[in-house]
Design a binder for this molecule. Structure first.
Ligand SMILES: C[S@@+](CC[C@H](N)C(=O)[O-])C[C@H]1O[C@@H](n2cnc3c(N)ncnc32)[C@H](O)[C@@H]1O
Length: 226
């Protein structure tokens, strides 16, 4: 393996160790209030908007789902969303996701799978909607992950990809300096890089919105034409 290959392998190991530990108190942290919950609210608002306009994402995949909070909120849309799949590389995160799901009405519509965002264990064109919040910066081969998202999305399907926005000075300080030091092996994309990655992966449209101030985040909505 090349030196770069070795180095990239370390990314996944380090993320795995980090999230295996974090899982036990993940839902209780301040960062949920500041970053994760607002990103989930954005996704839910976007889905609500689509449902009102008659676009029904029947089958959803949440990549890097953590403890499954976003998918559990999606159950509130009722059976217009028939199934939600959560994928994560951390067994402990999935343990809490499954435990929490047992307390939800409609839990039979949710499934949680251990896996890697860069090698999705799903067939082509399987999902109507893919979501990925606060996870993409951990992927060492972001082009591969974007390609996998495109592969498993059906024609007419959509992707919502949210991550920290490092394009302004505050975002650069938070994500490129503080988070990079604390977590090691992370790479937050600029808006331009997101656009390039998604376009090169085969998405036909990419719409980007920056939201939040401290910390700022970027929501990419990418679509595949029918
Ligand atoms: C900060 S958490 C975000 C969890 C959830 N999406 C949220 O918004 O609360 C990042 C998650 O991405 C997962 N992750 C990191 N790298 C991954 C990979 N290559 N494949 C799948 N999951 C990964 C981690 O295990 C972790 O649960």
């Amino acid at each position: 393996m090349s030196r770069q290959g070795d180095h990239r392998h370390e990314w996944k190991q380090s993320a795995h160790v980090h999230f295996q530990r974090w899982a036990h108190h993940y839902d209780r942290g301040m960062i949920n209030i500041l970053l994760f919950n607002p990103s989930h609210r954005r996704v839910l608002a976007q889905i609500r908007h689509w449902l009102r306009r008659g676009w029904e994402p029947i089958r959803i995949l949440d990549i890097g789902c953590g403890t499954g909070t976003l998918l559990m909120h999606c159950l509130a849309f009722g059976d217009r969303i028939r199934s939600g799949f959560g994928l994560d590389m951390s067994e402990n995160m999935l343990h809490y996701a499954r435990e929490k799901a047992q307390l939800c009405d409609g839990q039979d519509r949710l499934a949680f799978t251990l896996g890697d965002a860069e090698h999705l264990p799903f067939p082509e064109a399987y999902f109507d909607l893919i979501t990925c919040c606060n996870s993409f910066h951990h992927y060492p081969h972001q082009d591969r992950a974007a390609g996998e998202m495109r592969r498993v999305l059906r024609p007419g399907g959509r992707l919502i990809l949210i991550d920290g926005c490092r394009d302004d000075p505050l975002g650069h300080f938070i994500f490129d300096i503080c988070v990079a030091r604390a977590e090691n092996h992370v790479h937050h994309c600029s808006a331009r890089r997101f656009e390039r990655l998604l376009t090169q992966a085969g998405f036909d449209t990419v719409d980007q919105r920056v939201f939040g101030i401290c910390p700022p985040a970027i929501m990419n909505i990418a679509g595949v034409e029918k």
